[in-house]
Design a protein around this ligand. Structure first.
Ligand code: PLP
Length: 640
């Protein structure tokens, strides 16, 4: 990489990290080289994320820290509702829009409450898929006009709780995922003397695309076939409960990358809706499920980490397709329901991790070999000093041979450590220079690309991929990553990121790039001061699906609100402590108090047997007891 002294501007950083492409007008870089967030896009002020981190840290929030921008969350809720309304107006659609937030996408109470609050003017409701989610929804849901949609498999207890919600006057719809559930719903409804609102998830022929494609199509885990649907109609008619059938639901998978998939699915489902109407089942709601995607890599394509459509196109396609089918089939327009989770919560949270060191390949200083050195060291040293554009490839091949020969001789006991170190240091310098000589070449040989990947540094970061970025590990999802400061300084390293788990998979070595996927990220030298990286677009699924690998627990949080009255333009409404060591031990059945007792017994024994002085023993025990109450992450105490 080029020297850090080269002129560099915030604009170059915006380009380097593709911020304009994935930032969706929520993120940019200011003149001071700080990453900024515009929670209300161009309708409000911007905040330096670095300044927010500094304030949060001063308030006791330790790294890694998750910052939630609550205004951004509200903005997303408003945006989705308003964009649907615009599409409805444009096509003179007679029905309305009633969105619901699927709690599984981010179950944190403050997140759900913020969404409910922001969605109140639009009667925005909730979607649940399990008993815990249902219990939470029943308690926090207020607006009798908004919906609670119950998806997922349901036992009798689930159905009873849901129907108790009906007794409270809630518009709660039980979506039948499997035929057996229907009779169960009818039985419990009879027992509780309450009229159920019933929905059916239909198994469409349209298959999704992208990473979550298996949620749709004929082999999907959920949903009824066409013959099951007819049987449902028969059962409801027989029970005199045709009017209870209110909603038709489908879901072709989260993060639909290609708009054509959505168009096909809406068309197919709209036909079901119309045909049901013609069979005298007058459903009120047409539920398009989730799937509204996010352009994580900023490419605007149908690649797995992107989408080839905008929110406006998504809403217009749904409304337009429905209008068309309803017109053709001569049926009235329904109320449109969507269950967008990812699109609402993805942008609002940023994970900040500290890069605290680097493992560099070319750490040793290259000193040309002298006449007393080993032949191999002299030869490779000459390759470095005589390297030029014409002999670059030949020098690489000879350099690789010398390195190999050096390793073989060392294994046979024929070479000393000093020579091995000299040859290796010279080789990595040679490699670095060769990669530089190929920079900008029209065709870069595969072996040079491989070499440049091997040359990349590894930046050590204080976090766990398994806890905080699970989809990167599990499904190769790309997330935008960039430093949140020093963005007016030229990055001088090409690096991958490694976390602090003892697992070689605990790394990030795929990054978004202008055209392709990059194997390294441009970063600055870690210079003893805090160097903070932002992992962006992590608000959906990541913080709720993370696991306790190596017993690294949940991270600390700060919930930030814009406020003109504050000098900094914001305030931190709430902070949440990271999970303590005792919390994570407890999750796997280790009781902290019992562990301390066992430790005390061991220390007492060591003191009695003279292994340990009493004072040291007491110190050890108090350090053990203090540590168990602290965070699971490294306590690096960055000083801003
Ligand atoms: N609804 C259902 C039934 C789902 O299974 C999901 C997630 O896969 C969602 C809604 C949320 O989808 P998304 O986060 O893509 O909006």
């Amino acid at each position: 990489m080029a020297k850090s002294s080269e002129r560099w501007t915030n604009k170059k950083s915006i380009e380097t990290y593709n911020i304009d492409r994935w930032g969706a007008e929520y993120f940019s870089v200011n003149k001071q080289g700080h990453m900024i967030v515009n929670p209300l896009q161009d309708e409000g002020p911007s905040l330096s994320i670095y300044d927010v981190a500094k304030t949060a840290n001063a308030n006791g929030v330790s790294f890694p820290m998750l910052i939630r921008f609550q205004d951004l969350l509200r903005h997303r809720v408003e945006k989705i509702n308003q964009t649907f309304q615009e599409a409805i107006d444009k096509y003179h659609f007679q029905g309305s829009y009633r969105g619901v937030f699927p709690i599984k996408v981010n179950q944190l109470r403050e997140v759900v409450e913020e969404i409910i609050d922001a969605g109140e003017p639009y009667h925005f409701g909730l979607e649940v898929g399990s008993k815990p989610e249902l219990l939470a929804a029943l308690a926090v849901h207020q607006d009798p006009e908004s919906l609670i949609i119950c998806n997922g498999y349901k036992d009798t207890a689930f159905i009873r709780l849901a129907l108790l919600g009906r007794k409270l006057g809630k518009k709660l719809i039980l979506v039948i995922e499997k035929m057996e559930e229907l009779q169960r719903v009818l039985d419990v409804a009879k027992d509780l003397e309450v009229e159920p609102l019933i929905g059916v998830r239909i198994r469409l022929q349209t298959k999704g695309t992208g990473r979550w494609a298996l949620s749709g199509g004929e082999s999907a885990k959920f949903g009824l076939s066409t013959s099951d649907l007819i049987e449902t109609c028969r059962i409801l008619e027989k029970a005199n409960m045709k009017h209870c059938f209110q909603l038709l639901h489908f879901h072709v998978g989260s993060q639909i990358p290609d708009i054509l998939t959505l168009q096909k699915a809406v068309n197919e489902a709209a036909r079901y809706f119309a045909k049901l109407y013609q069979l005298d089942f007058h459903l009120n709601y047409f539920d398009v499920g989730g799937g509204l995607g996010i352009d994580y890599d900023g490419s605007g394509t149908s690649s797995h980490s992107s989408i080839n459509y905008t929110l406006r196109e998504y809403t217009r396609d749904i409304v337009k397709s429905l209008c068309k089918v309803c017109k053709e089939e001569n049926v009235p327009h329904p109320t449109i329901v969507s269950e967008s989770g990812r699109s609402i919560v993805t942008h609002h949270s940023v994970l900040l991790v500290e890069a605290f060191g680097a493992i560099e390949k070319t750490r040793g200083e290259f000193i040309p070999a002298s006449s007393g050195d080993h032949d191999l060291a002299i030869e490779i040293s000459k390759l470095v000093t005589k390297l030029n554009k014409r002999n670059r490839r030949e020098s690489l091949h000879r350099g690789l041979q010398i390195k190999e020969e050096c390793a073989t001789r060392f294994e046979l006991g024929l070479l000393d450590l000093h020579t091995k170190a000299k040859v290796e240091t010279a080789f990595w310098h040679l490699a670095e220079e060769i990669v530089k000589l190929f920079k900008g070449a029209k065709q870069i040989p595969e072996e040079v690309i491989e070499l440049s990947e091997q040359l990349s540094d590894q930046f050590l970061c204080n976090f766990s991929v398994f806890q905080s970025l699970i989809d990167h590990w599990a499904v190769n999802q790309l997330f935008p990553i960039a430093p949140i400061h020093r963005l007016n300084e030229k990055p001088t390293h090409d690096a991958t990121l490694v976390d602090i788990t003892c697992d070689s998979d605990g790394k990030i070595d795929k990054f978004i790039d202008f055209e392709d996927i990059a194997s390294t990220l441009p970063l600055h030298t870690v210079n003893g001061k805090p160097y903070i990286l932002g992992l962006f677009l992590v608000g959906a699924y990541q913080d709720v699906m993370g696991d306790l690998h190596n017993l690294f627990g949940t991270v600390s949080e700060a919930h930030v609100f814009l406020d003109d009255d504050e000098a900094e333009g914001f305030y931190i409404e709430e902070t949440i402590d990271a999970a303590s060591i005792s919390d994570v031990l407890d999750e796997v059945q280790w009781d902290a108090a019992q562990l301390s007792r066992l430790m005390k017994m061991k220390i007492d024994k060591a003191i009695k047997s003279g292994l340990l002085k009493p004072k040291r023993g007491i110190m050890l025990l108090s350090e053990y007891e203090a540590a168990i109450k602290k965070s699971t992450y490294l306590d690096l105490q960055p000083r801003f």
